[in-house]
Design a protein around this ligand. Structure first.
Ligand code: GDP
Length: 459
């Protein structure tokens, strides 16, 4: 597919910086390079992928706009697969804007968000999963997410999907040949096809099983800190965040809204939420805050129950423990204020949580914080992302895989219950279509535009 128009955009964030980058892609790029760039050395041959030093000049040739480095990457060996011109100028927004305006005057169009990646996809330079990984890599919040997205951008998921595809194509070919040449498909052929289907289904199940872990890397771990008023929840959030985010006071019931702070603990992105102290509410606002705490439990990965070690446990503590058992969530228990003389022996008697290790900490002075961080990041055991990074990181991919798997199960069912092979073949081709949604071979145009429009400008 060839695009006739040439697009241009500032590819670096607007703001003062040492360097800023302007990107141009499309058939006009080589001509524009000639028109607006005055090389410092006369032998500028515009060899592809060579960097040239010179000035960008105004269209009448009278004013120098900036001293730059310019690179032309000729099609098809460029990011977009088209002729691409990249101008590295000084990172003053005025310079970048002036050069961009000049390019627009000379026939370029402003690029839409993600349009460079969209062109790369349309020219077969990358598939949709790679383009999505590229966008996710740019906004990755942790080193682990970065590593995983990079691997996907380099094609790890594409290769795995291709392997699954070829299994299905083989199975389908077997089935269709048998349908074409004989009335009945032999038992031997059914066994062979069935084996391929089961192998592909196992591969899909394996990929699907990585989703939860991958989500932890890409979206981060959600941790809700809960406990009765004054146990030190806000102090703990502030301590982990390294700054004052939540109000700390002796007055119970001060935190009424949810306060969330994102921090990186041991390379893992963690969203910490401080909640209203749980107790019988004194007014409607406090009640609403406490209801919110319980609603958070549905969505969190870890519930960190905090107790005050300097005061005897009360009914409120026990009620919180009781109620937390109703949620399917990983529970960590910690006793705060270990800098003060203990009022109880840091064990939780007569309770399901009894016997669970209790972390001892002081939010005020920082004791026990390292153990708490380890407990948070280790408790979901995300481990290291595999270097090949074949994990499902996006809901869109997960849904497509689930659809493909359901179709495979249906195909298998058709084969084992002796239904006509045409039914099995139909299910297999539907499974292939679902797989093709991941790589973008089978994605409606409006879905494609929606995906690319969520990318940033200049990417
Ligand atoms: P929250 O209501 O659970 O959010 O509790 P806060 O963080 O507002 O703390 C309530 C009171 O306990 C404040 O006076 C804090 O300074 C104090 N506090 C919090 N953590 C500690 C701690 O580790 N040691 C001591 N001695 N006091 C603490």
């Amino acid at each position: 597919m060839t695009q006739t128009d040439t697009i241009a955009a500032i590819a670096t964030p607007l703001g003062t910086a040492g360097v800023g980058l302007i990107r141009v892609s499309g058939p006009l790029a080589p001509e524009l390079a000639e028109r607006i760039f005055r090389p410092a050395h006369p032998n500028c041959a515009w060899q592809s992928h060579h960097c040239y030093h010179g000035d960008i000049v105004s269209s009448d040739g009278k004013t120098v706009l900036d001293e730059v480095l310019a690179t032309l990457m000729r099609n098809p060996h460029s990011f977009t697969g088209e002729d691409v011109l990249e101008i590295s100028c000084h990172g003053n927004p005025l310079i970048l804007q002036t050069i961009l305006e000049q390019l627009l005057e000379l026939g370029c169009r402003s690029a839409r968000p993600g349009e460079f990646s969209e062109r790369a996809f349309l020219h077969g330079r990358m598939d949709l999963s790679q383009a999505e990984a590229l966008a996710a890599m740019i906004s990755a919040q942790s080193a682990k997410a970065l590593q995983m997205e990079l691997s996907q951008m380099k094609g790890s998921l594409t290769r795995r999907i291709d392997e699954l595809r070829s299994l299905l194509i083989d199975a389908l070919a077997h089935l269709e040949a048998a349908i074409d040449f004989s009335e009945d498909v032999s038992d031997r052929e059914i066994t062979a096809v069935s084996g391929q289907i089961l192998q592909a289904a196992a591969g899909m199940e394996l990929l699907l099983s990585t989703y939860r872990q991958a989500r932890l890397f890409t979206e981060g771990l959600r941790v809700v800190i809960a406990g009765k008023p004054n146990v030190g929840k806000s102090s703990l959030l502030n301590r982990l965040a390294g700054r004052k985010k939540a109000i700390v006071t002796d007055i119970p019931g001060t935190t009424r809204d949810l306060i969330t702070e994102t921090v990186t603990l041991d390379g893992t992105c963690v969203h910490l939420t401080d909640t209203a102290g749980i107790r019988p509410p004194t007014d409607a606002i406090e009640k609403e805050g406490i209801d919110l705490v319980w609603r958070q439990m549905e969505e969190t990965d870890i519930l960190l129950l905090l107790f005050d070690g300097s005061k005897p446990l009360t009914d409120e503590d026990f009620q919180i423990m009781e109620q937390s058992q109703n949620y399917d969530v990983k529970i960590l228990t910690a006793v705060n204020k270990c800098d003060l003389p203990p009022a109880w022996n840091n064990r939780l008697p007569d309770h399901p949580l009894y016997g669970k290790p209790l972390l001892s900490l002081s939010a005020k002075f920082g004791d026990g914080l390292e153990d708490l961080k380890k407990a948070i990041t280790g408790s979901t055991n995300p481990g290291e992302p595999p270097s090949e990074g074949v994990m499902i990181t996006r809901l869109r991919h997960k849904l497509a895989l689930e659809k493909a798997l359901a179709r495979l199960r249906e195909a298998q069912n058709c084969l084992t219950t002796g239904q006509s092979s045409e039914f099995a073949a139909f299910e297999l081709s539907e499974a292939l279509n679902a797989l093709d949604e991941i790589t973008g071979k089978n994605v409606p145009e409006d879905v494609l535009s929606r995906i690319f429009s969520s990318f940033c400008i200049g990417k």
